[in-house]
Design a protein around this ligand. Structure first.
Ligand code: MG
Length: 164
């Protein structure tokens, strides 16, 4: 059970993700979560460092799709500006949004990494499809009440994971 949930990489922040290593692994497509991964929960702002990081990804020829269980429309301006496609109301860890994202990215599971801050949505969903998975630390403590409850379970599992 724990192995099914264990991310391939833990990164403190998005900026700490080893992009060259992803390249070496043949990763071409990145499915990135929104709330508490790219922005604070329900925020309409992307901080400048993350904005530059997204631009760097594009310069490195990674293809990006934002996949969120929330509504991404609040950031439509940013996404259009960066020409990044997005999927709202994704029902992660359900498979369908990941499948759709990979179609948009024109990449299969072996060439796709899923990046997010939650084990039970981002990581579990990515692993169900056989994608490479990267867990990042949530950007803020504020979040959906349902998420807060899951966090307690997540913290226990993460502790155990670090032992295997
Ligand atoms: Mg999230």
């Amino acid at each position: 059970m724990l192995r099914k949930l264990k991310p391939d990489i833990f990164a403190a922040t998005l900026l700490d993700i080893p992009l060259d290593e992803l390249k070496k692994r043949g990763i071409k497509g990145l499915v990135i979560d929104l709330d508490n991964t790219l922005t604070k929960w329900n925020s309409c702002e992307i901080n400048p460092e993350i904005y530059s990081w997204l631009k760097e990804l594009k310069e490195m020829d990674f293809r990006i799709c934002i996949v969120s269980n929330n509504d991404v429309g609040r950031l439509r301006g940013f996404m259009e500006d960066l020409q990044i496609p997005y999927i709202s109301n994704a029902f992660k860890p359900g498979k369908s949004a990941f499948v759709k994202a990979m179609q948009l990215l024109n990449s299969g599971p072996a060439k796709t990494a899923v990046i997010g801050d939650q084990l039970f949505t981002d990581i579990l969903g990515g692993k169900r499809l056989g994608c490479f998975t990267i867990l990042v630390t949530p950007l803020s403590q504020r979040e959906f009440i349902g998420t807060k409850i899951m966090r307690k379970i997540e913290r226990l599992l993460l502790k155990k994971m670090l032992q295997i």
